[in-house]
Design a protein around this ligand. Structure first.
Ligand code: DUC
Ligand code: ZN
Ligand code: ZN
Length: 467
């Protein structure tokens, strides 16, 4: 066979381990993996580099409605460009209905925003914030049939939270269709109580976003979400787990036979609540939910990654401009933390942080890195084996990593629409230097070489289990 492209010399990370083999690519797919793939129209010398499955970030927010006067910092162009520069080839953003829109209309609106604007492939999770007979009985089943096979429910945020009964009703639909339910686990009533108390006592600085969302708030909701899933008889995914006590709830559930998947994010491994206490209003740059905790809980999250408790490592990229009245300085935000938009940018820095702190520091091996950053996302959200693995027949989504490249992260080098990075000055070793999307060379030696925005919408299958 004459391949379109041969990647030679790389240490290739496949499901079978790491080996020095060539990768043959034809018609956008991986056509051969062997020590001698033969003739190709072009050869890319990747000596000294790792070849990894392109990153899949299954938890990002793009162009999401964020409340009156607040605008998310990324559209599909900037978010997917930033993701691509960070070594990703697929992102899964959330689709949230604007007020007055039903879920079907919301999905159509997201498709319209994304179409023609994506540098990498995209598929949407559905946020379920309306639980009525039309949503459950018509829109959700139709959307699931159309390949939107996962949805997120919130236990916090007054305008989005569902009651336990509503969560059960959503889970019942998921059960009928084999969909995956993702849960944002924080107890809204407890937060509301603590926030009122804090404001009454004059504790209004950004730090108090963290002190009013303490670990028990997340731990209780994690336990309740798992219990509801047990009642409904469905698997579930707890997203953005920030601490050891919540992880302990997940371990206990698994020990009694429940199927619970778990995700953590770079902010819970590298940031702490003290970052929200930075001088002036700088702490607002770190306001996200759940909040970063402390070094002990960072260690607990690292242990969860090392021991295999977490299957997913995502960014929860949710970017706002810091120096803007449409962003972190939204109306009232400088008066009280209550009004600071929740979320931080991180889609471009997710992979280098785990490569550097995880692989290069010996906490996880490169095979586990591939699982945590790509393979398990594909398996859990119905994209495997088309995505998430270097295997014959899979899409040729491949990122070549220089494991020794030293970089100090700074806002000036990033491609997102935000005006800051929480990791300003953070030094990493290892960087994704060259990335292919379905066989197309997109980033070559750190430079964007294909500006055509060829990203496609991915119709997903029934979610499976990571192995
Ligand atoms: N939940 C998320 O998943 N992302 C940002 C904010 C939030 O509450
Ligand atoms: Zn969330
Ligand atoms: Zn999120």
């Amino acid at each position: 066979m004459l391949h379109d492209l041969r990647i030679s010399g790389a240490r290739v990370v496949t499901a079978d381990g790491v080996s020095e083999i060539d990768i043959g690519i034809k018609d956008g797919l991986i056509s051969e993996l062997s020590t001698d793939v033969g003739q190709a129209k072009r050869t890319l010398d990747a000596s000294g580099l790792y070849a990894l499955p392109g990153g899949i970030d299954s938890h990002v927010h793009i162009s999401q409605p964020s409340g009156p006067g607040v605008v998310m910092a990324d559209d599909f162009n900037s978010a997917t460009l930033s993701a691509l520069h960070g070594g990703n080839t697929t992102v899964l953003p959330f689709c949230l209905s604007e007020s007055g829109q039903n879920l079907r209309e919301a999905v159509d609106a997201y498709h319209a925003k994304a179409r023609g604007n994506c540098h990498i492939d995209v598929s949407f999770h559905l946020i379920i914030n309306q639980v009525d007979s039309q949503t459950l009985g018509q829109h959700l089943p139709a959307l699931l049939e159309a390949g939107h096979t996962s949805f997120k429910v919130f236990m916090t945020y007054p305008e989005m939270r569902l009651t336990d009964r509503e969560i059960l009703d959503v889970m019942a639909v998921a059960k009928r269709h084999g969909a995956m339910v993702m849960v944002h686990a924080e107890n809204e009533d407890a937060i509301d109580f603590l926030r009122d108390e804090a404001e009454h006592e004059g504790r209004i600085a950004p730090l108090h976003h963290a002190t009013t969302r303490p670990i028990p708030v997340e731990r209780e909701a994690t336990h309740r979400a798992i219990s509801l899933a047990e009642v409904a008889g469905v698997p579930l995914t707890i997203v953005h787990v920030s601490n050891g006590e919540s992880l302990e709830e997940i371990r206990r559930a698994r020990n009694r036979g429940s199927v619970v998947h778990a995700e953590t994010c770079p902010q819970y491994l590298t940031l702490t609540a003290q970052d929200l206490d930075r001088s002036g209003f700088e702490g607002a740059k770190y306001v996200c939910s759940p909040p970063p905790r402390d070094s002990q809980n960072q260690d607990a999250c690292w242990a969860g990654l090392e021991q295999g408790d977490f299957e997913l490592y995502s960014s929860d990229h949710c970017p706002f401009v810091y120096d803007s009245s449409e962003g972190k300085k939204a109306a009232g935000a400088e008066r009280t933390f209550r009004h600071i938009p929740n979320g931080i940018p991180g889609v471009e820095t997710r992979l280098p942080i785990l490569f550097s702190e995880g692989v290069n520091k010996g906490r996880i091996d490169i095979a586990r890195f591939a699982e945590l950053t790509a393979t398990n996302h594909a398996k859990l959200y119905g994209l495997y084996p088309r995505k998430g693995v270097i295997a014959v027949g899979s899409d040729a989504d491949i990122t070549l990593w220089d494991p020794d490249k030293e970089t100090t992260i700074s806002q000036s080098m990033l491609h997102h629409g935000s005006d800051y990075t929480p990791w300003e000055g953070f030094s990493v070793t290892g960087w994704p230097v060259t990335t292919l999307l379905r066989g197309r060379l997109m980033i070559d030696q750190g430079e964007l070489v294909d500006e055509t925005r060829p990203g496609q919408h991915l119709v997903r299958g029934v979610p499976g289990n990571p192995v």
